[in-house]
Design a protein. Sequence first.
Length: 161
Amino acid sequence: MSASASIGSLSVSRVGLGCNNFGRHGSVTRDLAGTRAVIDAAIKNGVTFFDTAALYGGPESLSESLMGQALEGRRDEVVIATKFGHTSGPEPSTWGARGSRDFIRKAADASLARLRTDRIDLFQLHEPDPKTPIEETLGALAELVEEGKVREIGHSNFDAT
C-alpha cells in the first residue's frame, strides 16, 4: 500500500488502524503479544496511521499502553492519533466530556507516558465539552503544539450544527 493522504502536516496511509480493541477482554489484541502481532502485520502491509484514545481499553487506557509497548523502537515508522476528553469510570458521575486547560495538559502528559513517546502526532478532542469555552480548549491545544508535545490537533464526534 503506497497511497497516502495528508492530515495537516502529517503524511498518513490512506488506510489506518483503529485500536479501540487493544486491551479489550476477549479480543486477539487483549494483551501485548496480540497487539504486537496486529501492529506488525499492519505496518508490513503499509499501514502507518494508528488511531487510539485514552478511553480505549478501559479506565487503565490499555489501548495506549499496549500500543506504546508494541511500537517501541518503531516510533518513527508510524503516525499516532489519540483522543482525550471523554471520561468514564465506575460511577456515572465520572462520565462525560472534559475540555478544560488543566484536564487537557494532564491528559496529554498521561498519553505521552502511556504511548512511550515524546510527541503525539494528532491529538483530538473526543467530544465537545459544553462546560468549557472552546477558546480555552483550543488555547490549551495551541500551547501543546508550541511546546512540541503535539504536532496537529483535531476533533471527533462533533455535530455539524
